[in-house]
Design a protein around this ligand. Structure first.
Ligand SMILES: Cc1cc2nc3c(=O)[nH]c(=O)nc-3n(C[C@H](O)[C@H](O)[C@H](O)COP(=O)(O)OP(=O)(O)OC[C@H]3O[C@@H](n4cnc5c(N)ncnc54)[C@H](O)[C@@H]3O)c2cc1C
Ligand SMILES: NC(=O)c1ccc[n+]([C@@H]2O[C@H](COP(=O)([O-])OP(=O)(O)OC[C@H]3O[C@@H](n4cnc5c(N)ncnc54)[C@H](O)[C@@H]3O)[C@@H](O)[C@H]2O)c1
Length: 461
């Protein structure tokens, strides 16, 4: 006999929990299946632990600069085990709260791995569960990229590095995305000699090249050894170290480190789900969905990293809410995901924050646009703070000045971007940014300078 529910959500992370809450709010009988550990990636091994340890690194970096601010120099020694203890305490607190939410009597929680037996039935251990609708929200795992010798030599990923309690003397980081950069800068700032090896000509290669260049300059000034435009060749042991060999500017180059961080992306976690038995199409390793989060099987929806569309947590939540709502919508219109306001923040220092369209995306899509930037090095408040790196760039429509997107590399970029998200949410223009009051002296008032340049070029009053 199978247990029966209106809807079964597979995965109780950010996307799955949002889907479950939305479906329960609509009066559905909801089951959540999670194989554990309960808590989800963001809390256990993603956003929260990394932002906790990065705070230590920010403080250490500032302490090393005290002389510049007229203070006596201080010795900064990082104790990784204490940094990890603090991270573990906070993660436990966040996870306990999420577990309490999952155990709420509004949901039936099954702890185990789900595997489809048919489009309407899953197996969880020895139990069978059936439902009229499903949401797949099983998240992602680190990519398994084949570099000769990498497996044999051994490496860590963001999933395993967070438990390291002894600071390594040196580390080679493969990749130039957010995982590589946040961890690379953290370890460099606690005293590890870090080499970052990026395949693309710039870091964060999905963004405009000036964004990557500004970050590259800042990281190099901190002492991180950074190679861009490389091709990985092989990995092997070299004495007590590990050696990565790669092509760079026509030569073969080696980088040695006590550890290798493999930060070459993540892929959807679909192994064991038996999606073929559910009739759910998988394209390039991801659960394919339309903009209502519906898969190829009309009563099965998917949300979060398993769709491999964004891998960003607030978007996983948004997609989960859509999936939970739409999966119960037997009549009436389905809701769609609006990608206009997609926002992305990398929590390095300087931070990198973007919303909407970049210049690169406008060019690729043939979208008429104008862009203007202003550097933090020339902005009063940033100068008072001693923050010299980066800029604010606005991308606007030449017809009427509607804000299409923004990129910020600089201090508190992850906070500053929210003003631009708000203006874009209300379909505002660069002229609106000029009319809105900006307190002086603040970091936020830098936004008015590129806005003014664009308003003048467009001829806005
Ligand atoms: C190091 C790192 C830092 C990050 N930092 C940020 C950040 O600062 N900001 C940001 O926006 N994003 C960040 N992210 C991305 C963010 O963490 C993810 O996009 C988000 O957590 C994905 O949520 P999800 O619900 O899709 O997946 P998950 O939270 O991974 O949830 C999936 C759940 O499914 C369960 N599961 C899997 N398979 C099965 C199965 N067969 N049966 C039952 N249960 C199953 C798992 O146990 C898990 O609980 C970071 C990611 C990493 C790796
Ligand atoms: N602050 C944040 O929001 C945050 C922080 C960490 C992670 N995340 C999310 O987690 C996901 C994983 O992050 P990530 O940095 O590992 O992935 P990513 O996909 O952003 O970056 C992967 C890097 O690996 C490189 N790469 C991939 N395949 C390669 C190959 N075969 N050879 C050489 N280089 C190769 C890419 O050029 C890129 O630099 C991302 O989608 C990201 O959005 C977000």
């Amino acid at each position: 006999m199978a247990n029966s529910h209106d809807i079964v959500i597979i995965g109780g992370g950010s996307a799955g929990y949002a889907a479950a809450r939305t479906a329960a709010d609509r009066g559905a009988q909801v089951a959540i299946v999670d194989q554990g550990p309960l808590g989800g990636l963001c809390i256990l091994r993603g956003c929260m632990p990394t932002k906790t340890i990065l705070r230590t690194a920010e403080i250490a970096a500032l302490m090393r600069r005290v002389k510049e601010f007229g203070l006596s120099p201080v010795d900064v020694t990082a104790h990784l085990e204490q940094i990890v203890d603090r991270k573990d305490r906070l993660v436990r607190e966040f996870a306990d709260y999420r577990i309490e939410q999952l155990r709420d009597p509004r949901y039936k929680l099954y702890q185990g791995a789900a595997s489809f037996l048919s489009p309407n039935r899953v197996r969880i251990g020895s139990q069978e569960v059936e439902a009229k609708a499903f949401v797949i929200a099983t998240g992602s795992v680190p990519n398994d990229i084949s570099v000769p010798g990498l497996h044999e030599t051994g490496y860590l990923t963001s999933d395993t590095l967070l438990d390291l309690r002894d600071r390594p003397a040196s580390m080679v980081v493969l990749g130039g995305g957010p995982v590589a950069l946040e961890f690379g800068q953290f370890f460099a700032r606690i005293g590890t000699a870090v080499t970052i090896i990026q395949r693309s000509p710039h870091l964060l290669s999905h963004l405009d090249p000036d964004v990557g260049s500004a970050l590259e300059q800042a990281l190099r000034e901190e002492g991180i050894v950074l190679y861009t435009g490389t091709a990985l060749q092989r990995v092997e042991r070299s004495g007590s170290n590990k050696r990565v060999t790669f092509h760079h500017e026509g030569r073969e180059v080696h980088a040695d480190g006590a550890l290798i961080l493999q930060a070459l992306g993540r892929r959807p976690r679909i192994d064991g789900l038996a999606l073929d038995k559910a009739g759910v199409a998988v394209i390039n390793g991801r659960v394919a969905v339309d903009d209502t989060m519906r898969t190829s099987q009309p009563h099965i929806f998917a949300a979060g990293d398993v769709t491999n569309l964004y891998d960003i947590v607030h978007i996983a939540v948004q997609q989960g809410e859509l999936a939970g709502f739409n999966a119960l919508q037997s009549e009436g219109a389905l809701r769609s995901f609006d990608s206009r306001l997609v926002t992305d923040v990398t929590f390095t220092e300087p931070q990198v924050a973007t919303v909407g369209l970049s210049e690169m995306a406008c060019r690729a899509g043939g979208i008429p646009h104008l862009a203007a930037s202003y550097p933090f090095a020339d902005h009063g408040k940033a100068m008072c703070r001693g923050d010299r790196h980066g800029f604010v760039k606005l991308v606007a429509s030449p017809a009427g000045g509607k804000l299409l997107g923004a990129q910020i590399v600089g201090p508190e970029a992850g906070e500053l971007i929210h003003e631009l998200i708000a203006v874009m949410y209300y379909h505002g223009t660069v002229a609106d940014l000029l009319r809105m009051p900006h307190y002086h002296p603040t970091l936020a008032e830098i936004i008015t300078y590129p806005a003014e340049t664009l308003a003048e070029r467009i001829g806005l009053p």
